[in-house]
Design a protein around this ligand. Sequence first.
Ligand code: ISE
Length: 337
Amino acid sequence: MTTDLRIGVVGAGAMGSDHIARITRRISGAVVSAVVEPDRGRAEAAAVNAPGAQAFSRIEDAISSDAVDAVLIAVPGQFHEPVLVPALEAGLPILCEKPLTPDPESSWSILEREQKLDRPHIQVGFMRRFDAEYAALRELVESGDSGELMMLRCAHRNPSVPASYTQTMLITDSVVHEFDVVPWLAGSPVKTVEVKYPRRNSLSPEGLREPILVIMELENGVLVDVEMNVSVQFGYQVATEAVFEQGLARIGQPAGLQTWRGGAFSVADHMSFTTRFAAAYDTQIQRWVDAVHNGTLVDGPNAWDGYLVALSCEAGVKALDGGVIPIEAPERPAFYA
Ligand code: ISE
C-alpha cells in the first residue's frame, strides 16, 4: 500500500474549498495536509473539510515545514506565478487551476524554470478534458468513423457573473477553456481568433458588452465558433456540436431529471460549473494523484498547453477590439514531447 500523497491546497476560495472537500471525501491515495490561505475566515471554513491539515498563510512556510508532497493551486490566475516559482524550486508536483499564468511572457518564464527539472511537474487544471462526453467526442474525431471533422459549434453559457467580472475576462476567464479543449478535440492548434458582437443583452452587468461570438480557425482548417454568453439567467450550459463529413455529434445537452407537469415537459439543467463538471474535476484530481504516485507526475494538460492557451488568450483579448488576430507559437521544446 502506498502512503497518502500530502497535498497543500493554496487558496480556500470557492474553487479551493471545493477541491479540499473533494480530496477529503472522494479521492483515494491523497489527503489535504496543508491549507495555504491568508484570510482567516476562509481558512477556518475550509479546515472543516480537511481534518488534520496545517494552516499557513504563505506557500514558502508550508514547503519549509515539510508539510506537503504536492501542491494544488486554486488562487486567481494573477497569483499563480508567486506560488509556482517556490513549488518548482522545491521540485514538487503541481496541479495549477487555469490559467497557468495570465500572459504568455510569464507562462514562458515558468516553462524555463520547469525545464531545469528532470521532467514536467506542472499539470494545468483544464478539467473539460476529463469530462466523459468530451472524451467520447475526441475518440470519435480520432476514429474517423464519421469522416473528417469540419466545424465545431460551441456554446458556453453562464447564468450570471459577479460584479468583478470584466470584458477581458470573457476571454481570459471563460473562453480560456475552449482555447484548451478545442485544439485537444480537433487535434490542431489555433491559427487565428476573431470576435463578433451581436446585439447586447440588456441584462448584462454594466460595462460588459456581451454575448460575444468567438471565431477560431485551426491550423488544420477546422472552423470553430463559440457563443460566449454570461447573462443567460436560466442555467449553466457548455455544449458542442461537431460537424463531420458524414454525420453530427452533440455533447453537453441537459441530461438531468425529466418531468411532465401542467402540460409541459422539462429536463433539469445545471446552474454552475461546479456541478456541471463535478465528475470531471474528480477524475482530473484522481488521475493527477495516481500520476504522482507512479512517478509520471502529469496526466493531462501540461505547462506547454498552458502556454499555448496564454497565446490564444492574448490574441482573443486583442480581437475584442476587432480584426482577425493570428497566433504564432514557437516550436515546442523537446522537454514537452
Ligand atoms: C469560471 O471561472 C470557470 O472556469 C467556468 O468553467 C467558466 O464556465 C466560467 O465562465 C468562468 O467564469
